[in-house]
Design a protein around this ligand. Structure first.
Ligand code: ADP
Ligand code: MG
Length: 700
C-alpha cells in the first residue's frame, strides 16, 4: 500500500477501491451499464460481462501493486476469511502472465471443511463456494484484490452472515414498497436499510498487553484488582485526546478513507483508555463489510503505533465495557428517509405507519433482537448495569409518545408550544434529533430519524442484528399491507389499524431509566417482557416455532440453517469459556501461586530475623498468615475449577454443554477471580506477576 503523502482527503479517499467511478472510467459503456443493472436487480452477471469486468479489475489492481486476489467472506465465526491466489499463470517456458477470469471473479471454491457449518456440510463434501456481492465494491489491501462475497455450501445452505443479510434487505424492500404504494407512491422501486455502527474500543500499550497471558489468549483480563481510580470522575469522556492516541486515530482514519470507509467521528469514551469511532451511515451490507474492515484495520494500525486495540466487550472488570451502536433506518430510492416524520400530513401518517410496524415487530420478536447480541463477551455487559439491560424495550421520546397516545385516543395532539395538531391532517412538529438529554439506557431508541439498537457488543458482526431487524419489520409491514390492500377506505382503516397496534404493543415502549431496579421488576412482572439474561438463555430463541415460521416465510433462513446457526453459536460459547477457564488455571499455577508463596516466604524470613533479634514480628505474622490463607483459597478454587472443566468437557449435547459452562464453569471462574483479586491488593507490586490495572489503563 503506498504511503499517503497528500493531506487532501478528497484526493485519496477510496483510492484503493474499485468503485463505481473507477468502473465507469475503465469499462466499456455497455459493460458498465450491464453491471449497474445487475446490482440493481440483484441478479448474476453473465459470463462475457464478467470476463471484461474481471480483466479491468485485475489491470487496475496490478497497477496498484496487487499480486493476488481473494474472495473475502464472513463465515459463522466472528471474523472474516480469505484465501489468496496469485494472478500469475505459467506461460511459455518459465514465463508468466497475469490473468483473472470472470469465472474466478464470480465464484470461488475455498475448502470449507474447517469453517463451522453446524452439521450442514459433511466433510466428504467439504467444499463450499463463494459468490461475488457486486453491491459491495472490491478493494485492495496488503497487495491483494479483495472481492466481497457470500459463502454457501454446495447444496445451497448458507454458511455465512452476508447471505441472510442480503436476503433480509430484499424482503424488507418488497414489503416496504407495498406500504409506499398504498400511500400513492409510484416512483420508488427500492427501499434500502441503512446502518451507521458506532464502534467502541480500548487502546493500551502493546508492551503491557504482551505481558498478560489472559489478554493475549482471551482478549480480556481474567484477573485484576480494581484500580484506586477508575472512571468515576468521568474525566475521560470527550476529554482531550492524548498525542499518541491522536496520532493513531489520524493514521486509522487515513487507512479507512483509502478503503472508501466514511470514518467520521472520533472521541474518548467513558472508561480510561476507551474510545469510539463512528462512520457515516451507508447501505446495511456495505456497512457490515466496512465494520469488519474497520475492526481489522483498528487492530493492525495499533500495532504500528506500539499499541494494542482491544475489541473485547469487557476487557477490564470494574470499568465500562465496549459496545457497538447499530443506528438503523430505511430509505427509498426516491429520496425519503422513511423514519423521518416528513413535512406533509400524508408523510406524517406514513411515518407513523412505519413506526407502528417497528413497535409491533420489536414487541413480538424481542427475543430475536436480544439473541442477535448474545455472546460470551457481551454477557459481561448486558444486564450488568452499564450497557442496556438484557430486556428489550423501546424509547421513542416524550413528544412522539404523546403523538402515539393522541392517536390511540383519537384526540388532537398538542406540542410543547401548545399548538394542536390532528394526525393525518396537520403537519407534526419536528422531533428533537440527537438532543443531549435523550435516553442512553434504552436498548432500542428512536433518535429523530433513525433507531439506535444499543445491545450489540463491540466485537460483534452487525449482520445478524440487521438480518433480524429487517425481517421482523418486513413481517409487520407485510401484515399491514395484507390488511390495507383490501381496504375500501384507506385512511380510516389505516388509523384503526394503527390504534389497534398501539393498544396491543405499547408495553414495549419505556421512556424511563432502563438501568434501574424498578424497570427490571416492572418489565418482567407487569409487562411480561422476556428477560433472557445470558447467551445460553437467548440462543434457543432462534429455533422456536415462531422464529422458524418467520424466517421460512421470507426465505431468509430454513429451519435447518437456523438449527445449524444456533449450534455453532452455542459451541462457540462453550469454547470461549473453556479457553478462559484453562487460561485462568494456567496463570494461577504458573504465575500466581508461586509468586504468593515466594512473597509469603520473604515475609516469614523477615519476621524470623526480627524475632531472632528480639523484635516483635506481629505484622509479618499477620500478613503471612493472611496470604497463606488466601493462597490456600486460590489453590482450592482452582482445583474446583479444574474439576468443573473436566466435567464440562465430558458433556454431550451443545445446549447442555453450554448450560454447564455458563452455570458451573463461568460461576466458578468468578469465585476464583474474586479471591485472586483480593490477594493482589495484599501483595507487593514488585512481586505480583501480572501487570496491574493502573498501568494497563493509564499508561498510554
Ligand atoms: P451518538 O454518539 O450521538 O449516538 P454518532 O454521531 O456517534 O451519534 O453516531 C450516529 C450514527 O448514526 C452515525 O454513524 C450516523 O451516520 C448514523 N446515522 C445517521 N442517520 C442515519 C440513518 N438515516 N440511517 C442509519 N444511520 C444513520
Ligand atoms: Mg457516538
Amino acid at each position: 500500500m503506498s504511503e499517503v503523502k497528500n493531506s487532501n482527503v478528497a484526493e485519496f479517499f477510496g483510492c484503493n477501491v474499485f468503485s463505481d467511478s473507477v468502473m465507469r472510467e475503465r469499462l466499456p459503456k455497455n459493460i458498465y451499464k450491464s453491471v449497474q443493472r445487475t446490482k440493481q436487480l440483484g441478479i448474476a452477471l453473465d459470463s462475457e460481462v464478467a470476463d471484461v469486468v474481471a480483466n479491468a479489475m485485475k489491470d487496475w489492481a496490478v497497477e496498484k501493486g496487487a499480486t493476488h486476489y481473494t474472495h473475502w467472506f464472513q463465515p459463522m465465526t466472528g471474523v472474516t476469511a480469505e484465501k489468496h491466489d496469485a494472478f500469475i499463470n505459467p506461460y511459455g517456458k518459465g514465463e508468466v502472465i497475469l490473468e483473472f477470469s470472470g469465472k474466478e471473479l464470480i465464484k470461488g471454491e475455498p475448502d470449507a471443511s474447517s469453517f463451522p457449518s453446524g452439521g450442514l456440510r459433511s466433510t466428504f463434501e467439504a467444499r463450499g463456494y463463494t459468490a461475488w456481492d457486486p453491491t459491495s465494491c472490491a478493494f485492495i489491501k496488503d497487495d491483494s484484490l479483495y472481492i466481497p462475497t457470500a459463502f454457501c455450501s454446495y447444496t445451497g445452505e448458507i454458511l455465512d452472515k452476508k447471505t441472510p443479510l442480503l436476503r433480509s434487505m430484499d424482503v424488507l424492500s418488497t414489503q416496504a414498497l407495498r406500504i409506499l404504494r398504498l400511500f400513492g407512491n409510484t416512483e420508488a422501486t427500492r427501499v434500502t436499510t441503512t446502518v451507521g455502527p458506532e464502534q467502541e474500543y480500548f487502546l493500551i500499550d502493546k508492551k503491557y498487553y504482551d505481558m498478560r497471558e489472559d489478554l493475549v489468549i482471551t482478549g480480556r483480563t481474567l484477573f485484576g484488582a480494581k484500580p484506586p481510580k477508575g472512571q468515576e470522575l468521568e474525566d475521560h469522556y470527550y476529554g482531550n485526546i492524548k498525542q499518541r492516541v491522536s496520532d493513531y486515530m489520524k493514521d486509522l482514519d487515513e487507512e479507512l478513507w483509502k478503503l472508501g470507509i466514511y470514518a467520521k467521528t472520533k472521541h474518548n469514551e467513558v472508561a480510561p483508555s476507551q474510545h469510539e469511532l463512528a462512520p457515516v451511515f451507508t447501505t446495511s451490507n456495505i456497512a457490515a463489510d466496512h465494520n469488519q474492515l474497520t475492526m481489522e484495520i483498528m487492530k493492525k494500525t495499533a500495532i504500528k503505533h506500539g499499541l494494542y486495540c482491544l475489541l473485547h466487550e469487557k476487557p477490564f472488570a470494574g470499568v465500562n465495557g465496549s459496545g457497538k451502536h447499530n443506528n438503523w433506518s430505511m430509505s427509498s430510492n426516491d429520496g425519503q428517509n422513511l423514519l423521518d416524520p416528513g413535512d406533509t400530513p400524508q408523510n406524517n401518517l406514513q411515518f407513523l405507519t412505519f413506526l407502528c410496524a417497528i413497535i409491533k415487530g420489536v414487541h413480538e420478536y424481542a427475543p430475536l433482537l436480544r439473541l442477535s447480541a448474545a455472546s460470551a463477551g457481551n454477557d459481561h455487559r448486558l444486564g450488568a448495569n452499564e450497557a442496556p439491560p438484557a430486556i428489550v424495550s423501546m424509547f421513542i421520546g416524550s413528544e412522539l409518545e404523546s403523538v402515539i397516545e393522541a392517536l390511540e385516543k383519537g384526540e388532537k395532539f398538542s406540542s410543547v408550544d401548545n399548538k394542536t395538531f390532528e394526525i393525518g391532517v396537520d403537519v407534526l412538529p419536528d422531533f428533537p434529533k440527537d438532543t443531549t438529554d435523550r435516553n442512553r439506557t434504552s436498548p432500542f431508541a428512536f433518535t429523530g430519524n433513525k433507531f439506535e439498537f444499543r445491545m450489540l457488543g463491540s466485537s460483534d458482526s452487525i449482520s445478524c442484528t440487521n438480518t433480524i431487524l429487517n425481517t421482523i419489520v418486513a413481517e409487520e409491514l407485510c401484515q399491514f399491507a395484507d390488511e390495507l390492500e383490501k381496504s375500501k377506505n384507506f385512511k380510516k382503516d389505516l388509523k384503526a389499524l394503527l390504534v389497534k397496534t398501539i393498544k396491543e404493543h405499547k408495553q414495549i415502549i419505556y421512556n424511563g431509566n432502563g438501568y434501574s431496579e424498578e424497570w427490571l421488576k416492572e418489565a418482567v412482572e407487569v409487562r411480561k417482557l422476556p428477560n433472557l439474561v445470558s447467551t445460553v438463555d437467548a440462543l434457543p430463541e432462534y429455533i422456536t416455532p415462531k422464529s422458524v415460521a418467520l424466517f421460512e416465510k421470507f426465505h431468509v433462513y430454513s429451519e435447518a440453517e437456523l438449527k445449524a446457526r444456533t449450534d455453532v453459536l452455542l459451541e462457540n460459547y462453550s469454547k470461549v469459556i473453556n479457553i478462559e477457564a484453562l487460561t485462568m488455571i494456567d496463570m494461577v499455577k504458573k504465575q500466581i501461586l508461586p509468586a504468593v508463596m515466594r512473597y509469603t516466604k520473604e515475609i516469614c524470613d523477615a519476621g524470623a530475623s526480627k524475632q531472632a533479634m528480639g523484635i516483635p514480628a506481629d505484622v509479618e505474622k499477620d500478613l503471612a498468615s493472611k496470604l497463606s490463607a488466601l493462597n490456600e483459597g486460590i489453590y482450592k478454587e482452582t482445583a474446583a475449577l479444574e474439576s468443573k472443566v473436566i466435567t464440562a468437557q465430558g458433556k454431550t449435547g451443545v445446549l447442555e454443554t453450554a448450560r454447564f459452562y455458563c452455570d458451573e464453569v463461568f460461576t466458578q471462574m468468578q469465585v476464583l477471580r474474586a479471591i485472586v483479586d483480593e490477594t493482589e491488593t495484599n501483595v507487593s507490586e514488585d512481586v505480583w506477576p501480572l501487570v496491574p490495572y493502573t498501568t494497563l489503563l493509564f499508561s498510554v
